[in-house]
Write a protein that binds this ligand. Structure first.
Ligand code: PEP
Ligand code: MN
Length: 273
């Protein structure tokens, strides 16, 4: 990549100095009460950045697709009440415009969108001139060049607060996970792109709440800079990704257990276990 990225500590999102940094919140912004309730609960656990999807890419057109723009003020209210920074997924220039207008603190680009260079280019153009942090999830398949290409499109419009999220890849191999992690891929991205913050999303890798903790631990041990974990106050009633979301109590246990682990890597380096 031609331009230099700004280090995570300068993004204005994470100030605790702890590693891995944590982003958490429900898969979807389902209601104002749901957003505020989840935000209060994860904020009490020390989470610094709150996530909730306003626009949800769903496989079936008949599934809940999110409240869209209507949900953005709920996130703004959650920030005012808890002091956490707030972020959502963008998948089109219209989403970007709405997010910039609402004044959210960061966005992520979903796996389905990273797969589409036309859309990534349009999103990048819509972000031109802003300094919004953008986290790019890996594409659905193991096409690393697409992932790097998305970062380059964003960097080419002048964005410098860029990171990636490893959320696993679709695979035909039998696995207990929904999306297979290939740890070597984010590790080598980190080696190739100087200063690139690398996150892991154990929720979308797992697809099942019982595996979220083990994947989060693995990512932390490898030396990921951050984790994005889906958390819902009543996961089984969630309108999307019900089987992989964990409760605030489970998130609390997970975060406490992570803090007790010694991280075996230094200076932002990552290494396979
Ligand atoms: C999400 O974060 O809820 C989401 C839709 O993620 P992904 O793009 O990884 O499927
Ligand atoms: Mn989800």
């Amino acid at each position: 990549m031609r331009s230099t990225l700004l280090p995570l500590e300068t993004w204005g999102l994470f100030s605790s100095g702890k590693r891995p940094v944590v982003i958490s919140g429900p898969c979807s912004a389902e209601s104002r009460e749901g957003v505020l309730g989840a935000a209060r609960a994860v904020s009490a656990l020390g989470v610094e950045v709150f996530r909730a999807g306003a626009w949800k890419p769903r496989t079936s057109p008949h599934s809940f697709a999110g409240f869209g723009e209507e949900a953005l003020p709920w996130l703004v209210e959650a920030r005012a009440e808890t002091g956490m920074k707030v972020m959502t997924e963008v998948a089109s220039p219209l989403h970007v415009e709405a997010v910039l207008k609402a004044g959210l603190d960061a966005v992520w680009i979903g796996a389905r969108t990273t797969t589409n260079p036309f859309l990534v280019q349009e999103i990048a153009e819509a972000l031109r001139g802003s300094d919004l942090p953008v986290l790019v999830k890996n594409p659905m398949s193991q096409e690393v060049a697409l992932w790097i290409g998305a970062l380059e499109r964003l960097a080419d419009v002048g964005l410098k607060k860029l990171g990636v999220i490893h959320r696993g890849f679709t695979s035909c191999e039998p696995s207990r996970y929904r999306n297979l992690p290939y740890w070597q891929i984010p590790i080598s991205l980190k080696q190739q792109i100087a200063g690139l913050p690398v996150f892991c999303d154990p929720s979308h890798i797992a697809g099942d709440r019982s595996y979220v903790s083990e994947i989060a631990h693995q990512a932390s041990d490898i030396g990921f800079d951050g984790l994005m974990i889906e958390c819902h106050q009543n996961p089984s009633a969630a309108l999307s990704d019900a089987s992989q979301q964990i409760t605030p109590a489970e998130l609390g246990r997970l975060l406490r257990s992570l803090e007790h682990r010694s991280v075996s890597v230094e200076d932002g380096q990552m290494q396979a276990l």
